[in-house]
Design a protein around this ligand. Structure first.
Ligand code: ADP
Length: 519
């Protein structure tokens, strides 16, 4: 097995990408390939001073980027999408080298970046056009709402979607006229550095999109201190720290955090399609996906047959650590992740859960390969039931009816994503509306939601604050300024008119405008 880029890789070498990091520090981050465990690169680790310096330079450059006509920024970002498409094979290799995910899972990331680019590039001008608002005195008060970029936006991103999460949410920030600083996960900095190269090649000024590899706990604070808005994707525990710091700095923060995705399989669910969806939802990116399926609640009348069919499909999944499209489930990212998944499964089995399939580390496949796993009879108080496992593990539980399914699904601190499976989409939609999650799919695992870029995505409860995608995904990177232009006399007591008369006149005016529906 090779961990250097596979034959056909035509992108920059990993050492070459590492050389793009701007720092005087001689500390490095060692990056290893989950497929083999071997070190594939050493990337300079930025210091807090590097972060502050990058923010200063970003601030100096941002104004000229923001002064460009929005159509020019959109054309630049569209060029980036074309470069991503042209570099697809190399990006897939790089994502796989760093994250160990299956090739189809990496491919989803590339599709996502191209689709998100087009969505926002097409709409940026419209979002930034000043909007006329009703003025308090018709004809005399003219009000417009303007949107300005915040300035410099900081992104702290995780390893599980090293391409998508390094750039997709940053694209609307750039289009809005912001500069962007990205602190990628320690495990996957090369993919973010490749993205920065492609953005530069497309015409984004170097200091407007800087990648700052380094340790999160060392760079998080200086980053949040130096930027005007922050976007964090990662664990709930770290999200709370980032939010607390953003609160102290009074900068807006959007946080997409953990999940423990429930799915509801109704009595009338078409089982073939439901099993296909549950497999995708549970095992895409080896379950290392915030919106993954972790808990499956099945109507009791279909429980046995559902379990049989699910197990049959899961046993046939091809677990692999390679660059081939034939692999269905890739590797876990790290020893930490492997031991977490193992301990969740082992604890559940010791507590009485039944292992229907999987449950084994497979070093014969790869040092971090873990079998796709299905558990039933899982006690409610085990970690696999009530925490995010973030691995290729699903639990299946029989339920009496929709109410029972919803009560169990919602008895959870998270609220990121869920799905409902049914032969009756209208009822499915009603059940979906009762799931306490930021997004829900009916008769699909997650892609119909994720890829519908116009709809906002994000978490409720412990799964976060704020949304990516849709109007919200753009507007969160702008702050509004409203300007009211008053013609004639200002709305202030005229000289010599008693305040009592002014008060009565204003009240009469308010009554009139309410009566004629002017407000
Ligand atoms: P995971 O458990 O999936 O690795 P984390 O929340 O630990 O998720 O990491 C997500 C991102 O947050 C990574 O880029 C990581 O370096 C960064 N990070 C980790 N700790 C901190 C921290 N204390 N402050 C800011 N960022 C952090």
């Amino acid at each position: 097995m090779t961990v250097s880029p596979p034959p056909g890789y035509d992108g920059p070498s990993l050492a070459d990408l590492a050389a793009d990091v701007s720092t005087d520090s001689d500390e490095t981050l060692s990056v290893s390939a989950p497929f083999t465990g071997e070190t594939v690169g050493n990337v300079p680790a930025c210091t807090p001073a590097d972060v502050r310096g990058a923010a200063e330079r970003a601030r100096e450059t941002q104004q000229s980027w923001s002064d460009r006509p929005v159509g020019e920024r959109a054309a630049t970002i569209e060029r980036f999408a074309s470069l991503v498409e042209d570099s697809r094979g190399d990006l897939l290799d790089l994502i796989q080298i760093e994250s160990g995910k299956a090739r189809l899972d990496a491919h989803e990331e590339v599709l996502d970046v191209v689709a998100t680019t087009s969505y926002y590039a097409d709409r940026a001008a419209e979002y930034l056009t000043p909007e006329r608002k009703a003025g308090v005195v018709p004809l005399l008060t003219s009000v417009h709402k303007h949107r300005d970029p915040y300035g410099v936006v900081g992104f702290i991103t995780p390893w599980n979607y090293p391409l998508t999460l390094a750039v997709s949410d940053a694209l609307p920030a750039l289009l809005a006229g912001n500069a962007v600083l990205v602190k990628p996960a320690e495990e996957t900095p090369h993919t973010a550095l490749f993205v920065a190269r492609l953005l530069r090649e497309a015409g984004v000024p170097e200091d407007c999109f800087r990648v700052l590899p380094g340790e999160g706990k060392r760079l998080g604070e200086p980053l949040v201190e130096s930027v005007d808005a922050v976007s964090f994707t990662g664990s709930t525990a770290v999200g709370r720290e980032v939010a607390a710091q953003a609160g102290r700095e009074l900068v807006p923060a959007t946080l997409e955090l953990g999940g423990n995705g429930p799915i509801v399989v109704r009595e009338d669910a078409p089982l073939g399609r439901t099993v296909t969806g549950a497999v995708r939802g549970g095992f895409a990116s080896a379950g290392q996906l915030c919106i993954a399926t972790e808990r499956i609640y099945v109507h009791e009348s279909r429980y046995d047959v559902f379990c049989d069919r699910l197990v049959e499909r899961v046993r046939n999944l091809d677990l692999g650590a390679n660059f081939e499209y034939s692999t269905d489930v890739g590797s876990l990212i790290s020893e930490t992740q492997l031991s977490k998944v193992q301990s969740h499964v082992d604890e559940a089995v010791e507590a009485g859960a039944t292992l229907l399939t999987g449950g084994r580390h497979r070093p014969d496949v790869g040092p971090l390969a873990y079998e796709p796993t299905v558990l039933t009879d899982v006690p409610d108080d085990t970690a696999v039931a009530c925490e995010e496992t973030f691995g290729p593990v699903v639990t299946v539980t029989p339920v009496e009816d929709d109410e029972d399914a919803l009560a169990r699904a919602n008895d959870d601190p998270y609220g990121l994503h869920g799905s409902v499976w049914t032969g009756d989409p209208a009822t499915g939609k009603s059940v979906a509306r009762e799931l306490d999650c930021g997004t829900v799919c009916v008769n699909d695992a997650y892609i119909s939601m994720w890829a519908s870029t116009g709809a906002p995505m994000g978490g409720r409860n412990d799964s976060g604050i704020g949304r990516r995608h849709g109007d919200e995904g753009f507007q969160k990177y702008t702050e509004t300024q409203s300007v009211a232009v008053q013609r004639g006399h200002p709305i202030a007591p005229p000289a010599g008119v008693p305040n009592r008369v002014v008060a009565a006149t204003l009240s009469a005016y308010l009554r009139l405008t309410r009566a004629v529906g002017l407000r």
